[in-house]
Design a protein around this ligand. Structure first.
Ligand SMILES: NC(=O)c1ccc[n+]([C@@H]2O[C@H](COP(=O)([O-])OP(=O)(O)OC[C@H]3O[C@@H](n4cnc5c(N)ncnc54)[C@H](OP(=O)(O)O)[C@@H]3O)[C@@H](O)[C@H]2O)c1
Length: 265
């Protein structure tokens, strides 16, 4: 599900196009359509890569955010349980409030700050309650798609925009390709419950931007700004970094940025 998104595209690369169900083929908010598809295909594993990820817009359209991020996983969980599939669902570092001064682990108590974070947490809870064989993979700052942060930084740098980028919100920039491979690996290991899967290392968005420019050989300065200088509709956790006690860190984000940059040639 959500096969044309950043993560969905990478899973399709790994698993083949037969497995792909893009948004224009199925909306996960349509319980009857989800049921019909799962009943017909009887998959061993359902990867739910579909999500409403517009963090700021969610503040003004919470119904849509909850429909996709909470009702959708519930629909998939019910059909997965009914037909004996394992459901792999993806969630976010934004379920935490970011007040701790260390990366968040699986056992930490969620306390989302935004509608997006709340809707994703609700999705986790509804999927868990529906009781399929379930793996919830929480991740952070996914990049790799054509609209993702590195691509937007490059476009802004090339257009001559001044680059002012937030320094005091920290994340693990996680390459969609690495996340897809980790999800498949976790399934092969029979993992269940909540598992954090993020790149090793924790960085401000300004450092992420600088790494992208260095790897692409673009000589443009990045000015670091505090998050309060960049007003946005949704509150975001200052410490958006995850760690895992149940898996392993993915390769360091800096190495992943290098591969991403090389793949743009
Ligand atoms: N991106 C991040 O920084 C980030 C951070 C933490 C966690 N995550 C989580 O990681 C997972 C993958 O994220 P991603 O970055 O790959 O997302 P993405 O690139 O935004 O892809 C999401 C996909 O879901 C599709 N979609 C939206 N509504 C749908 C619906 N009702 N039914 C079926 N498909 C629908 C979208 O299609 P349209 O384009 O047609 O709407 C899009 O193809 C998500 O669970 C996300 O919440 C992402």
């Amino acid at each position: 599900m959500g096969a044309k998104g950043q993560l969905g595209s990478e899973l399709v690369r790994l698993l083949g196009t037969d497995a792909a169900v893009p948004h224009d083929r199925l909306s996960i908010t349509d319980a009857a359509a989800v049921e019909a598809l799962v009943a017909a295909r009887k998959p061993a594993v359902v990867f739910n890569c579909a999500a409403y990820n517009a963090v700021d817009r969610a503040e003004t359209e919470p119904e849509l955010a909850y429909a996709v991020n909470a009702e959708g996983p519930l629909n998939l969980a019910i059909s997965s349980r009914r037909h004996g599939a394992t459901l792999v669902h993806f969630s976010t570092n934004f379920v935490f409030d970011g007040a701790e001064d260390r990366p968040y682990v699986e056992a930490d108590e969620p306390a989302p700050l935004s509608v997006y974070g709340k809707s994703k947490l609700e999705g986790e809870r509804r999927a868990l309650e529906a009781g399929p064989h379930l793996l919830i993979v929480r991740t952070a700052a996914v990049f790799g798609g054509p609209q993702s942060f590195p691509q937007r930084i490059l476009e802004r740098a090339r257009s001559g925009d001044r680059l002012r980028v937030v320094s005091d919100q920290k994340v693990n920039p996680t390459f969609a390709r690495d996340l897809a491979a980790a999800a498949v690996d976790l399934v092969e290991r029979g993992a269940a419950g909540i598992v954090h899967a993020v790149a090793e290392g924790c960085a401000g968005w300004d450092d992420f931007a600088r790494a992208v420019l260095v790897e692409r050989g673009v000589d443009v300065a990045v000015e670091s700004i505090p998050i309060h200088a960049y007003p946005s509709a949704a509150r975001r956790p200052l410490n958006g970094c995850l760690a895992t006690t149940r898996y392993r860190p993915l390769r360091h984000w800096r190495e992943a940025v290098r591969e991403w940059a090389a793949s743009r040639e």
